[in-house]
Design a protein around this ligand. Sequence first.
Ligand code: NAD
Ligand code: ZN
Length: 363
Amino acid sequence: MKFRNFKMVNYVVFGRGSFNQLEEILSSNRKGNAPMVFLVDHFFAPGSGGEKKEFVKRIPIQGNDKLIYADVTHEPKTSYVDKIANQLKEEFGQVSGIIGIGGGSAMDLAKAVSLMMTNPGSASDYQGWDLVRNPGVYKAGIPTLSGTGAEVSRTTVLTGPTKKLGMNSDFTPFDQIVLDPELTEGVPANQRFYTGMDCYIHCIESLQGTYLNEFSKSYGEKALELCQHVFLEKAHWDEESDDQLMMASYAGGMSIAYSQVGVAHAVSYGLSYLLGTKHGIGNCIVFDKLGEFYPEGVKEFKKMVEKNKIDIPQQITKGLSDKDFDTMINVSLGMKPLWENALGRDWEKKMTREKLRRLYESL
Ligand code: NAD
Ligand code: ZN
């Protein structure tokens, strides 16, 4: 048996107002005149609504630093990563670092651009496991949404010309993360729920999986408890809820880092590949129908949906062709470790193409 030697984020700062320390943190990582590049979710761009958030004025831009608003209308593509990296190389030669500020999409973009500043070719050449050859430039992640665990993971999920797959490597985790719950204040309830449920589903899939071990269990149980607290037990959303969901996201990410996700993720990858369904909402659409695999979790999820007054879209696969269903089934069954974690070594006997087709038809 070979145990995973897990590369973690180097530095973590947590707390309300910790974003104020960013300038000090970055100063020791500046390399001469090479700029720091702030890759900020376009929700915070002037005229988009989010620019009114007070922290936007506190982004510590100095000298020839550059601020790029990341278009996260669609989940990150390898072509977009290449475009930003090539543009930066042309403009500056090299940069001191890439600072990703936003949800999972902006953070994943930042990780990928950092790696593409020092690795030749296209990001699509590195979609897979341990293909990245050189460490990227310094990179920091600053979440403005809580749930994906992208702040701690060793991957960056990208859609490329032929596949949706991350750049999984020991060079991928951030050098620094800044967990400041003030940045997640006032996220619309639907978005907060969809991204928050990504974390809840990470916990259920990790805790019910065959890969479970005491490392994953300790983090998964804590994250699950925090999700239950904020989405079910508390009467109102408040500052403490933002603090707690931010730590749930972190712990949920740590839990799956040492185990694996399961059925909801494997199935939702197919939806995302064919229909462009976003990760958080896609997981919710699928999980809602997974009572057979995760009975307790799904029951509790439905309670959370009701309590938080969330709409889970229905019948999104209605009218799709046989070819479409085949595409989704192929993408999904390609996620072998996810199925093995969920259903055991003989998962192929338990999840046949016919069964998966019926599951997709029910969404
Ligand atoms: P997101 O980053 O796609 O953002 C969703 C929407 O919320 C966007 O419109 C964004 O502009 C907006 N937004 C961001 N911050 C906001 C704020 N404070 N207030 C209001 N709106 C805000 O959503 P997400 O759920 O955080 O991330 C999903 C992405 O993360 C997917 O691309 C998925 O593939 C990726 N992901 C990565 C990992 C990983 O380990 N690397 C894990 C899970 C998911
Ligand atoms: Zn997820």
